[in-house]
Design a binder for this molecule. Sequence first.
Ligand code: NI
Length: 183
Amino acid sequence: MKLPKIKILDEKHKILRQKSQDVTFPVSEEDRKLAEDTIKYLEMSQDEEIAKKYNLRAGMGMAFVQLGKLKRIFVIANERDDHTFEEYVIINPKIISRSEELIYVGEGEGCLSVNRPVEGIVPRSARVTVSYYDYEGNKKTIRVREDLAVAFQHEIDHLDGILFTDKIDPKDPYKNANKMREI
Ligand code: NI
């Protein structure tokens, strides 16, 4: 399998701080190809051997803004126990409800645009319901939980120019950990 050529921007690029714009339908062939290439890239990045060969950091999600396109699209490739992947292409998402319960990733969140160690935890809703559109412009709704809920919230933040590092208090990076559930 050939590694798709995508260029991931580092956080020093100011575009990552801009708000992405709603996508119009039907989605262009170019954007569909970019979404599919990015999913394949993420899947390959989660394979230890391939990651080593190409010197990739493992990632499960990517927003288009990280590829230099200010469009409200993100993709996620979530590995199942049997090593196949759940694939998501999420367009113009909106969080329509969230659980009261908060969680955080104990080992910290990561981002393919943040190429430095970051200490601290990010509060996230344990469950979110998100409305979005598919390539053809059909409206859908999905309820996600746990690590997938964290990924959705992380990627939706990207669409508003927000990085996970913004949500960590540098003076108290583990603030409120005792009020949340670790995953
Ligand atoms: Ni990210």
